[in-house]
Design a protein around this ligand. Structure first.
Ligand SMILES: Cc1ncc(COP(=O)(O)O)c(C=O)c1O
Length: 401
């Protein structure tokens, strides 16, 4: 059967997901993979989740198994609002929408805001899942380069002015300001303040995607953009995926309550509501007082992995490769010498039984081919040492070609 004629444009224009490559290499025997950004199995608090689930089924089964409110399970919305308050954000449950992963939050926001041709400002390189969510509604991107302080605000402002001069008004600025996916860069306080000022000056919304922000291993805590936002221009996304379990598919969007109400309307049409069973278990887990200590424990799992990867890179990578030092999150990012192509060399490197994620797909506005994302979260310390050694050797071979 020939299918091409049945698909909507939003489907045919979709770029290929990196999940295909990630899953392909994950299934290969003896390959050490730094491609996928997954938590390791020992980061899941299985016994505690079992207890929470059992309590829910004993005490609250009808509510947990029934259809739930489209905005999300009220006690969980309240818990999230409470956590946001401890981070300096004025929020009540009315400001919180529960979503099926923050990826669904991005999809709802794309559905709510983007008409074909609308402009989205995004970090360059930017999170591929965000790019895909926005592309499927026909977004056009203006990529804003980063340095070690995060998105360049001088360039952002210049680009907005240029667009305005041409009668174009960007819909929003999408950023992962803390331990960014893919680069691990964190936006400095000065840049955060500048970004808020730009959003006020030019009346643009900001989407702050904080998928990794709670996993800081060292350095100073920085305020959320949402905490600096006194005009409710920031739409904040957080998730239980990296701090509890991605399989629960439970995340939150915090925004002005009118925007949340609109998102609830949208979701009534799209999926009726998030998984109530997962939400009640998470709410119970939080009520048992387990979440905050689990986040702290998770950091003790990831920090040694970060240290091992950075140490091995120092030992085994050619000095010409520039690597970011992540203060938190799951990844680091490597820039190979100009002229190298991490996509083209992927299969050759795979012969050394090591895999990475080529960087090209993270760029929306420039054609950069010499970068790669390296995820340490899901490998053992031994695999990190051995994998980086293999990768260092493979990169040297490619450089000598
Ligand atoms: C920056 C960023 N945003 C959002 C997501 C989506 O996460 P989830 O849908 O599991 O909450 C991810 C997943 O890796 C991510 O890296």
């Amino acid at each position: 059967m020939e299918w091409d004629h049945v698909f909507a444009d939003r489907v045919t224009q979709l770029p290929e997901s990196d999940m295909g490559l990630i899953l392909k290499v994950a299934g290969m025997k003896d390959v050490i993979t730094f491609a996928g950004g997954l938590p390791p199995a020992n980061a899941f608090p299985v016994e505690d989740i079992k207890r929470a689930a059992s309590d829910v089924l004993t005490e609250n089964a009808p509510a947990a198994l029934q259809y739930g409110a489209a905005a999300g399970y009220q006690p969980l919305r309240e818990i999230i609002a409470g956590r946001m308050k401890t981070r300096g954000v004025k929020a009540s449950a009315d400001h919180v929408l529960i979503t099926c992963g923050s990826q669904q939050g991005l999809a709802f926001l794309a559905h709510m805001f983007i008409n074909p041709g609308d402009i989205v400002m995004i970090e360059e390189p930017g999170y591929i899942g965000g790019i895909q969510a926005f592309v499927s509604y026909g977004a056009q991107f203006v990529g804003i380069p980063m340095d070690d302080q995060g998105m360049r605000m001088d360039i952002l402002e210049a680009k907005i002015k240029e667009l305005h001069q041409n009668g174009k008004y960007p819909k929003f600025i999408y950023t992962v300001p803390t331990f960014q996916n893919p680069t691990s860069i964190t936006m400095s306080l000065k840049r955060r303040e500048a970004l808020i000022n730009i959003s006020k000056k030019y009346n643009i919304l900001i989407i702050e995607d904080n998928a990794y922000g709670e996993l800081r291993y060292d350095g100073e805590e920085l305020p959320l953009l949402k905490a600096l936002d006194d005009e409710e221009r920031v739409i904040h996304l957080g998730s239980f995926s990296k701090i509890l379990a991605p399989g629960m598919r439970t995340a939150w969007t915090v925004a002005h309550k009118d925007l949340i109400a609109r998102m609830v309307d949208i979701r009534q049409n799209l999926d009726l509501g998030p998984n109530i069973f997962a939400q009640t278990i998470i709410a119970q887990y939080c009520d048992m007082g387990l979440l905050e200590s689990h986040v702290q424990e998770s950091k003790t799992i990831y920090k040694p992995k970060r240290d091992a990867m950075m140490h091995a890179i120092k030992e085994y990578f050619p000095v010409e490769v520039k690597v970011n030092y992540p203060r938190g999150g799951f990844f680091t990012w490597a820039e190979l010498p100009q002229g190298m192509d991490t996509g083209a060399m992927f299969d050759e490197v795979l012969k050394e039984k090591v895999a990475y994620l080529p960087g090209a797909d993270f760029y929306t506005s420039s054609n950069v081919k010499n970068t790669m994302r390296l995820c340490y979260s899901n490998s053992t310390l031994e695999q990190i040492e051995e994998g980086i050694k293999r990768l260092g050797t493979a990169i040297k071979k490619q450089m000598d070609k």
